[in-house]
Write a protein that binds this ligand. Structure first.
Ligand code: GLC
Ligand code: CA
Length: 559
């Protein structure tokens, strides 16, 4: 049986930033419904929404206080049901985001657990006492800065949190927790959702908290060996997915496996041991790190993609995972900067580099995951000082960089190129006030630009939008879904591969540099065998072709 998602192109909608329908500056479900025709027109098969459940919004909805109810900022349960109906009417599947590793500290389970060690919900979370003569149970750091341990407000125990302190981790060893989480998954599957994106699932198992990192006293450090990709994650996932698929065989499960390397990803997606259908790894984008300042955290200092390492990485994923499964294909999401700003040439070749990068990635073997707005060439949101305070990591980096002698401008520029906040700017629908996202100031801020807004892009046949439409139509052909992927080495200025099956072949050639290069392909190039190109090309029926800066051409080859 062929699974629907094998041929799907997924469009990620950050609900807060897509379309505001009630003039409060926050995107909502009715707003998404209003824009479904646009999504359909682009050629999308499924939308993935970041969390829309009741939440204090400490982490923009990844801190869930009630999994069964829609947060009023997004709308009502009826709106969610209407969204499902309207999407399905248009043949669009809907994927929700499931935060299963932790809840909000406002979740009733945690509120109960705080009542003391005897409370039946105590064991839903992870508790420790401080180790002898130490302030904290372990010297492990959380992903959002600070320790993973926080002292309970009215007692002497510490609870564990991998992200913000308002997001306590669930205790997956407790079968009641697994049962409760499963019930949530079924609740929404029953309402008709078509898939789950499983947030941070690789962290479900933790070591037993008896381990300390080898650090100077008083210091803490990331301790992934004790809380990421531990063996029981496979067990938990298998139990969850197998039960869910038994009830809802068509449900698509895409796991967020940030630090998973190829071999872990192979394990998580092994069809013989039902866990995830595919995973999103953050390993695709190795950077050249030589120019980073060691005094400051590396992740907020921009660095160019290391193309040589990227090519090697992609070849591994494409050949070792892609030959029998479906890797995810993406350049950006809500946790990282936007692709054209990070990997393309936003200043001089914005449209060409956007189109080239999309082609490079999405015609490979796998499932494209687009981030809303990339189809119109949206760039990073310009951040201001005010925006940073609300997110502790960026705020801390800002303060530290200033102390290390960086100017405000230089620091903001670095953050602007690296912060996840830069990808969360409101969708640019038109060139009017607030880019047509809302009639009031958007929560996130918004870039207002000519050309790079949906209205202008849809009106212009040569736009990025129309190029994406053609690209996605091509992606829906059998060859680009099922065909074998082979890297073709044309040297360091190019990224190139062939897709082939019993019926034919296609060659995708991308100029990854900002200058023009001529390439010899080994067969005569005619207008007829050009499936797609992002720039005007001078086709001379010769075996060579000159590709301008960030030029891309997709050529059909016989047999
Ligand atoms: C995932 C989400 C991220 C969130 C974190 C904690 O990594 O993508 O946005 O902050 O999990 O839930
Ligand atoms: Ca709203």
């Amino acid at each position: 049986m062929r699974n629907w998602w094998e041929n799907a192109v997924v469009y990620q909608i950050y609900p807060k930033s897509f379309q505001d329908s009630n003039e409060d500056g926050i995107g909502d479900l009715q707003g998404i419904i209003q824009r479904l025709d646009y999504v359909k027109k682009l050629g999308i098969d499924a939308i993935w929404l970041n969390p829309i459940f009741i939440s204090p919004q400490i982490d923009d909805g990844y801190d869930v206080a009630n999994y069964d109810q829609i947060d009023p900022i997004f709308g009502t349960e009826a709106d969610a049901e209407a969204l499902l109906v309207e999407a399905h009417k248009r043949g669009i599947k809907v994927i929700f985001d499931f935060v299963m590793n932790h809840t909000s500290d406002q979740h009733p389970w945690f509120q109960e657990a705080l009542k003391g060690p005897d409370n039946p919900y105590r064991d839903y979370y992870l508790w420790q006492k401080a180790a002898d003569k130490q302030e904290l149970p372990t010297n492990w750091a959380s992903f959002f800065g600070g320790s993973v341990w926080e002292k309970e407000p009215n007692g002497s125990d510490y609870y564990f949190h991998l992200f913000a302190k308002e997001m306590p981790d669930l205790n997956w060893e407790n079968p009641e927790v697994r049962q409760a989480i499963f019930a949530v998954a079924c609740y929404w599957a029953e309402k008709g959702i078509d898939g789950w994106r499983l947030d941070a699932f690789i962290h479900l198992e933790k070591a037993d908290f008896q381990q300390q990192l080898d650090l100077e006293p008083g210091k803490i450090g990331l301790a992934e060996e004790y809380y990421a990709n531990l063996p029981k994650v496979h067990e938990y996932m298998h139990e969850f997915s197998q039960k869910l698929k038994a009830k809802y065989p068509e449900i698509f499960i895409v796991g967020e496996a940030a630090s998973a390397d190829l071999s872990l990803a192979q394990g998580y997606t092994d069809p013989a041991h039902v866990e995830c259908d595919t995973v999103i790894t953050f390993r695709y984008f190795p950077e050249t790190t030589s120019q980073k300042d060691p005094r400051l955290p590396a992740n907020f200092q921009p660095a160019p993609l290391d193309w040589t390492a990227f090519k090697e990485e992609m070849q591994q994923w494409q050949t070792k995972l892609g030959h029998e499964r479906y890797p995810t294909l993406y350049w950006n999401n809500h946790d990282m900067a936007r692709m054209v700003s990070r990997f393309g040439d936003e200043e001089h070749h914005r449209a060409a580099s956007q189109k080239m990068l999309a082609t490079l990635m999405y015609l490979q073997k796998g499932i494209p995951f687009l981030l809303f707005g990339e189809e119109i060439g949206m760039k990073n949101l310009l951040l201001d000082e005010q925006k940073l305070v609300y997110d502790s990591q960026e705020g801390a980096f800002y303060q530290n960089a200033l102390m290390d002698g960086y100017s405000k401008e230089a620091t903001l520029k670095m953050l602007n190129q690296t912060s996840k906040l830069a990808s969360r700017g409101a969708m640019q629908w038109n060139e009017q006030a607030y880019s047509g996202f809302s009639t009031v100031q958007p929560w996130s801020g918004v870039n207002v630009e000519p050309i790079y807004n949906a209205a202008a892009q849809v009106a212009d046949r040569e736009s990025i939008f129309h190029y994406y439409k053609k690209l996605l139509a091509l992606k829906h052909q059998r060859l680009f879904q099922k065909g074998k992927w082979t890297y073709v080495d044309f040297g360091k200025s190019f990224y190139s591969y062939r897709r082939s099956d019993s019926e034919g072949q296609a060659l995708v050639i991308c100029n990854i540099t900002n200058s023009s290069h001529t390439i010899e392909v080994g067969f005569a190039i005619t207008q007829k065998n050009v499936l797609l190109a992002n720039e005007e090309l001078n086709i001379k029926n010769a075996k060579t072709i000159e590709l301008p800066a960030y030029g891309v051409i997709v050529l059909k080859q016989r047999g």
